[in-house]
Design a protein around this ligand. Structure first.
Ligand code: AMP
Length: 480
């Protein structure tokens, strides 16, 4: 290629993507590369390892997939049985499905084979699919480990390894699986590690797996161009159901994700919504893969307006046009708040994030505000209103949806998604400071009380047992 022609190239072609891959990339609607793609694609085409600090929504999937596809296409179709040329590890099944979908789209017409290896679905069809060998395998670590252990998959030919959402892998207890898997791949492989945050364990993992990596970093999607209007509604736990139903009666809430802290909590929210006449889908770690995918598809297609989810869905899920995020309760880890609200305000559209806060959650609210470096204004305060009387047909033997400091509720109800005990709210390091593009209700004329007046009169101080809730070791449990 001459210097003149290179100079004339634009977009993905200028980054080194060509032929059928370029055609399919344009066909997927990707004409202008996103910043992460501009940074990561040329470096990977040169064979460099990548340490990417970016989250879903940044365009990282194409950033790591296009260079791999480009190299694989050049290799031709010869593969050894039970091998994978490239392996992409994702922490959740939903994310893995999404990655494979994107890869199929980008590789359209290019004779590249892909396969998915996930827990929760038939193992047989996965083994069959990888039998002749595949070009790109997208997997969650648990099932992949099983297949390797049982000799159904050999990673010795795997020359490209991508670890997506490294911090989430860590949270879900996958880190040792990931290390074992990486060890089984080709020693001269090229590796990319993406993570939204960089806790010490991930920095150590990167040191161990990456060779002289190029570091690429983009602002979290939730903080990008789009504006997310944020605010809190003070409501006692017993009032939250009624408050939520009232909010959802507003037709402006076109497409809503309601986040609950626990799987039990999510189920309860769905039950209550259904009793109040709403149709809602639910997605959490106890649901089968099929049920999760079905819920997501219905929500994506718009046939269900409300999706209730645990934090397992806070990252990785890319559903365009979500108008509102409602935090039924605050997450145990303040960082999850940023990921949750990032489900709205995507692709330049505005979004609204409302958080229902019981007085027992004030400490968590402060942690969130520290992380986003913003005082969230109060949109409404129901603390002086009486608790709703439970309807006679709804016996509640276990109290209402349990608040953060509940110490008497069922054990599972207090557990995090993935069985992870709370190991230090907000202790993780995080890149970037205040989400640049976020905006609070305070910036709008309909702002609630000024921040200084926010503390509700008579709010009860947090009396929970901090030791019990905030201690504990990182478990080896996995949720996907
Ligand atoms: P990701 O972070 O890879 O999940 O991508 C987030 C969203 O951006 C997805 O909906 C992609 O389809 C979309 N996307 C990624 N790259 C581009 C691009 N260059 N142009 C337009 N859309 C893109």
């Amino acid at each position: 290629m001459t210097i003149e022609t290179t100079a004339e190239l634009t977009g993905f072609a200028k980054l080194g993507i060509s032929g059928q891959l370029l055609k399919a990339t344009h066909g997927a609607g990707f004409t202008e590369p996103k910043p992460i793609q501009e940074q990561a694609i040329p470096a990977q085409l040169e064979g460099r390892d990548i340490l990417g600090i970016a989250q879903t929504g940044s365009g990282k999937t194409a950033a790591f997939a296009l260079p791999i596809l480009s190299r694989i296409i050049a290799l031709g179709t010869k593969r050894r049985p039970k091998t994978a040329r490239a392996l992409i590890l994702a922490p959740t099944r939903e994310l893995a499905v999404q990655i494979e979908d994107t890869i199929k789209l980008l590789a359209k017409g290019a004779h590249v084979s892909t396969a998915l290896v996930l827990g929760g679905v038939s193992r047989f069809s996965q083994v069959k699919k990888i039998g002749p060998g595949v070009d790109v395998l997208v997997a969650t670590p648990g099932r992949l480990t099983d297949l390797v252990r049982e000799g159904d998959l050999n990673l010795a030919d795997t020359k490209w390894l991508v670890l997506d959402e490294g911090d989430r892998m860590l949270d879900m207890g996958f880190i040792n699986d990931v290390k074992r898997i990486a060890k089984a791949t080709a020693p001269d492989r090229q590796t990319a590690l993406f993570s939204a945050t960089m806790p010490d364990e991930i920095a150590d993992l990167a040191k161990g797996l990456l060779k002289n990596p190029v570091r690429v970093e983009v602002a979290p999607q939730s903080t990008a161009a789009a504006e997310i209007v944020q605010g809190v509604v003070f409501a006692r736990t017993k009032q939250k159901r009624q408050v939520l139903s009232k909010m959802l009666a507003d037709e402006k809430m076109r497409s809503v994700i309601v986040f609950a802290r626990t799987k039990h909590g999510a189920d309860r929210v769905v039950r209550d919504l259904e009793r109040d006449g709403f149709n809602a889908a639910v997605i959490h770690g106890n649901k089968s893969q099929n049920a999760r995918q079905k819920a997501l598809n219905e929500f994506r297609a718009g046939s269900v307006r409300i999706l209730v989810a645990t934090d397992i869905a806070a990252r990785g899920i890319d559903v365009p046009g979500i108008s509102h995020v409602v935090n039924f309760d605050l997450p145990d880890e303040a960082e999850s708040y940023v990921h949750r609200i990032g489900r709205t305000g995507r692709n330049g559209q505005d979004g609204v994030a409302v958080t229902l806060v019981d007085p027992s959650e004030n400490a968590k609210l402060r942690q969130v505000e520290r992380i986003i470096r913003t005082k969230l204004p109060v949109i409404a305060d129901h603390l002086d209103s009486p608790d709703p009387q439970p309807a006679p047909h709804q016996p509640r033997t276990d109290g209402d949806f349990q608040p953060a400091n509940d110490r008497n509720g069922p054990r599972e109800a207090r557990q995090h998604e993935g069985g992870k005990p709370n190991n230090g709210f907000g202790k993780k390091k995080r890149f970037g400071g205040k989400p640049a593009g976020t905006r609070s209700f305070g910036d709008k004329p309909f702002a609630g009380k000024p921040n200084g007046e926010r503390k509700p009169e008579g709010a009860k101080p947090f009396k929970g047992n901090n030791k019990r809730r905030f201690g504990g070791k990182r478990p080896a449990a996995r949720a996907a």
